[in-house]
Design a protein around this ligand. Sequence first.
Ligand code: DX5
Ligand code: ZN
Length: 219
Amino acid sequence: MKFFISASILSADFANLQSEIIACENAGVDWIHIDVMDGQFVPNLTMGPFIVEACRRITDLPLDCHLMTNNPENLVDDFIKAGATNITIHPENNPKIIETLARIKAAGCTAGIAINPATPVEMIEPLIRFADLILVMTVNPGYSGQNFMPEVVEKIAKINHLAQKCQTPPIIEVDGGINADTISLVKEAGASAFVSASAIFHHPGGISRGVNDLRASLL
Ligand code: DX5
Ligand code: ZN
């Protein structure tokens, strides 16, 4: 099975974004994860399409955009234009999710659904067949550096079971507190894409050691 490591630049040094992304690329990261927060859907305020556009000029790696915003339907076109590869949106507080997923796909991007720790699987069950990727949050979204919530592991397995019933099963991606210890737990539950911010950018041995340690735990 192919595993994807998605480096979340939320923990990158933004004064050196270019060299940090190139270090990720050299370390063999598969995707660059861009956490978009609007200060409303989640308390933090982070990056907009201009960061995606800057990343697009730095690297050819897929740009995995995670929108933690209200009304993502008003934003997706700008992210597509900026060079996003994948756009993941949340179903919570989002009555237009199916049409927004369709719009993302019609523009040639892949479309993902993210699910918060407190959101029941039943909420996304009817949506799974519309998505290329399901992003299971293992922290409450808003900040990097939070502790992994082990109680979500069971939910990953449940979602994976539902995903496997689809004609083209979506990728299961996990986000929050992923490090060399927790990555194997979520892999066992069926995840094949792993977002990590602190364990890559704040690894005491540097970015390449951070990525290598994650990769080694997947063997
Ligand atoms: C959390 C973001 C995550 C975050 C992960 O709200 O969606 O992508 O950057 O950070 P770590 O890996 O440090 O938990
Ligand atoms: Zn994220």
